[in-house]
Design a protein around this ligand. Structure first.
Ligand code: WAQ
Ligand code: MG
Length: 649
């Protein structure tokens, strides 16, 4: 069931003189932001400063709303106002209205009315009851796309007139509408009807003239006039598909548009030229320190399977048993028929692992971030996002429709300044816990303090922290034992150290209930398969039962950094991600290729995964890399970097 909406109207006046007015049809959660926009508009109007602003809110039941298509639009350019009015007259006559000339004459003489004159199309008798006011078409708005942010921009004559004209043309008994703007600087008007569409004509008056008004032409019985007025003044209408304002008839024609495939070809060419073109590589064995590709054994330094669990026999058995017990797919979303005991068990285990009351599992980490951020940040709020956050967070920010404020990487002073400058009523600070391309850890105490002080939600992404960072691999929180508060949302993934597939958030009970009801990527995705749930559950069990695994990973990272330093390679990390920044995309590709010739896989990372000019090799260490593996990689890296420097700088 669609929920109820509100009709929101604003009128501003100074000394009893009308200055501006506008109306919207708005969902309850969007009321505040639209009111703020209308207020801006009232306060900064060219007509003057108001001393009285009236807001009116009226609840509309969603079922009462009439959805209409916009009228088709065309524009006519006239030489003079006389010429424009003659064209309007001719169009009116083409509708079979005998006294078209007289009607246009009446329109020219109008001024100072808030509404329109309702005339009998044949006798020209005035049918509305208050000739100084006229009939007002109200309770209407243009449909908005979910991504559209409301704006406090000045009146858009065209768009507002399109809404009104669609409603009037669809009113019972109305055969045509004529309009001249009363704004002295707006000389475009129109004639509209269902059969003519919306015909813009310019000019219809001299620039600077305060004349202007509207006429609605009616055909029908006197008894039915009340029904027409009732429709115009009371029936809620939302108009869909208003086309962008057409170019004025005199404007030059646009260039011919090439076929759409040309744009794709152009992009591919550009990617290749800039060394940014990518293809998938195929590996022929499970993730492990040593994998097979094209029949060759390869040393792997680019896997996120940090703890080497994805191919662990116990993991595979747990997944297989879940498949045998529950099947291969869940056949439904979590809130319909897709939830199995193993989903709840895993959520319990994740909550315990992170020390929260509850957890919510998603199909992927990307789905978690891109869904949870919009759920927490409805339009009208502000989201503060670290400049190096993962793409899934960035997309979540964009999807939310909230204002996005990007702060400098891990710079809490910058974050504090930016929050203070916005002083939002509602918002979120969101950050990777371990940054996926740099391997460093967020300043969690600083971030939580900023969020607390300004009453904002806080969220961290522990995709590369879970199972990797801190004692027991419990994540970055365990690095800061003195912390008094915790993030509202601790996000993580099942697909990296946990060797499975999926994403999750660890949260309070209340937040879990909210997210289950509000996160579109949770509500509208099929529940993840029992195989991946059972595997992740087993991973958490193994990590708990074998603390040596995480310790081994952390020791391997320390050993590897030492080996690199011994060879004069500058590298640091606070996780299992070791970035070696090279700068130039081609040089990074060349270095990766030279390692590949030694049968070692590392990831060359280029724009747009990292800022331009910071292309790098990204190496990931696994718990089961041997000291020999780590030394061999460090040696090859030293050779590759020497070569990259010689050929590219
Ligand atoms: N219902 C009925 N009549 C109205 C309403 C209403 N809601 N609002 C205004 N009027 C009457 C009133 O007499 C005004 O003086 C007159 O219409 C003109 O109103 O494609 O700006 O708001 O770009 O000044 C046409 C756009 C702009 C052409 C019309 O009208 C284009 C415009 P204004
Ligand atoms: Mg006006």
């Amino acid at each position: 069931m669609p929920s109820d909406l509100f009709s929101l109207k604003m009128r501003a006046a100074a000394d009893g003189r009308h200055i501006s007015g506008a109306e919207k049809i708005v969902a309850p959660e969007d009321l505040a932001v639209h009111m703020r926009c209308l207020l801006e508009r009232a306060l900064h109007h060219a007509n003057g400063e108001p001393d009285f602003i009236n807001f009116k809110l009226e609840r509309l039941s969603a079922g009462s709303i009439l959805h209409l298509d916009a009228l088709p639009v065309r524009s006519l350019a006239a030489d003079t106002p006389e010429d424009g009015l003659a064209r309007m007259r001719d169009l009116l006559a083409s509708l079979g209205i005998a006294r078209a000339g007289e009607i246009v004459g009446l329109l020219r003489g109008l001024r100072g009315m808030r509404g329109a004159a309702l005339l009998d199309a044949d006798t020209l008798e005035r049918l509305d009851s208050d000739p100084s006011r006229g009939v007002r078409a109200t309770v209407m708005d243009a449909a908005r796309s979910p991504s559209e942010t409301p704006s406090s921009a000045a009146k858009n004559h065209y768009a507002e007139a399109m809404v009104l004209a669609a409603k009037v043309a669809n009113a019972p008994g109305i055969v045509a509408e004529l309009c001249i703007s009363d704004d002295p600087d707006y000389v475009t008007g129109y004639i509209a009807s269902k059969s003519l569409g919306y015909v813009r004509i310019a000019p219809l008056k001299q620039l600077g003239s305060p004349a202007g008004g509207r006429i609605f032409l009616y055909r029908g019985t006197r008894a039915d006039v009340a029904r027409t007025i009732d429709f115009l003044e009371k029936r809620p209408v939302v108009v869909h598909g208003i086309p962008p304002r057409p170019q004025d008839a005199s404007a030059p024609q646009a260039e011919p548009v090439p076929p759409p495939s040309e744009a794709i070809r152009h992009t591919l060419r550009e990617l290749r030229e800039r060394s940014l073109f990518r293809t998938e590589e195929v590996f022929e064995s499970p993730p492990a320190p040593h994998v097979r590709q094209h029949g060759r054994e390869i040393l792997m330094f680019a896997s996120n399977d940090y703890l080497d669990l994805a191919n662990d026999p116990r993991m595979k058995e747990a997944a297989a048993a879940a498949v045998l017990r529950y099947g291969t797919g869940t056949g439904g979303s979590r809130l319909t028929t897709g939830t199995l005991p193993v989903h709840r068990e895993l959520e319990r285990a994740l909550a315990d692992f992170k020390g929260t009351e509850d957890a919510v599992v998603f199909a992927t980490g990307f789905a978690a971030n891109s869904g949870v951020v919009p759920a927490l940040c409805p339009r009208g709020s502000v989201v503060f996002s670290d400049e190096l956050n993962h793409a899934s967070i960035i997309d979540g920010c964009r999807l939310s429709g909230a204002k996005i404020v990007v702060y400098r990487h891990n710079d809490m002073a910058d974050l504090e300044r930016k929050i203070a400058a916005e002083s939002p009523r509602r918002g979120l600070v969101v950050s990777d816990a371990v940054f996926s391309m740099d391997g460093d850890v967020a300043d969690l105490p600083g971030l939580l303090e900023c969020a607390r002080k300004h009453r904002l939600f806080s969220m961290i992404d522990e995709a590369h922290a879970t199972g990797v960072v801190g004692p027991g691999g419990h994540g970055v929180l365990s690095l800061f034992p003195a912390l008094k508060s915790r993030p509202d949302v601790i996000m993580g993934t099942l697909s990296k150290a946990l060797g499975s597939e999926g994403g999750f958030v660890c949260v309070s009970h209340e937040m879990a209930e909210y997210l289950r009801n509000r996160t579109r990527s949770y509500i509208f995705s099929t529940a993840p398969s029992p195989a991946s749930m059972a595997a992740a559950l087993e991973a958490i069990r193994i990590i708990g039962a074998e603390p040596g695994r995480v310790e081994r990973l952390q020791a391997n990272v320390a050993f590897f950094l030492n080996e690199l330093h011994d060879r004069g390679i500058d590298a640091k990390t606070q996780s299992a991600i070791v970035p070696i920044v090279i700068g130039d995309s081609d040089a990074a590709l060349a270095a990766a290729a030279s390692l590949r010739r030694e049968n070692i896989v590392v990831s060359p990372i280029r724009y747009p995964s990292v800022p331009e000019g910071t292309a790098r090799l990204r190496l990931t260490v696994m718990a089961t890399h041997s000291e020999d593996d780590l030394r061999r990689c460090a040696d090859a890296l030293a050779r590759a970097l020497g070569q990259a420097v010689r050929t590219h700088f």
